[in-house]
Design a protein. Structure first.
Length: 79
C-alpha cells in the first residue's frame, strides 16, 4: 500500500512533519512496515483542506490530531 504525505509548504505549516512522524511510529507499532510504503510528495494542489495524504491514489485531508484514527481506519482497515 502506498501512502503519500504532502510536504509542500502549506501542508508543512499545518503539521505534515508531525503527521509523518506519527505515521512512522504507527507503522512500527503495528508492525506493518513491509506492507505500508510511506512517501513524501510535493504540493498536489489540495492545500485548502489540510494536510494532503493519499492512500493508493485516494485523497484524504488530515491534521496531526486525526492521524491516529485515520491510520486505524484507512490503513489498518485496508490491509
Ligand atoms: S502544500 Fe500540500 S497539497 Fe499543497
Amino acid at each position: 500500500m502506498k501512502v503519500t504525505i504532502c510536504i509542500g509548504s502549506a501542508c508543512h505549516l499545518r503539521g505534515s512533519k508531525e503527521i509523518i512522524q506519527k505515521m512512522q511510529q504507527l507503522v512500527k507499532t503495528h508492525n506493518v512496515s513491509d506492507k505500508v510504503d510511506l512517501n513524501g510528495a510535493f504540493c498536489s494542489g489540495n492545500c485548502v483542506n489540510g494536510v494532503c495524504v493519499t492512500v493508493d491514489g485516494e485523497l484524504f485531508s488530515l491534521s496531526p490530531e486525526t492521524t491516529e484514527s485515520f491510520f486505524e481506519k484507512e490503513i489498518m482497515g485496508r490491509l
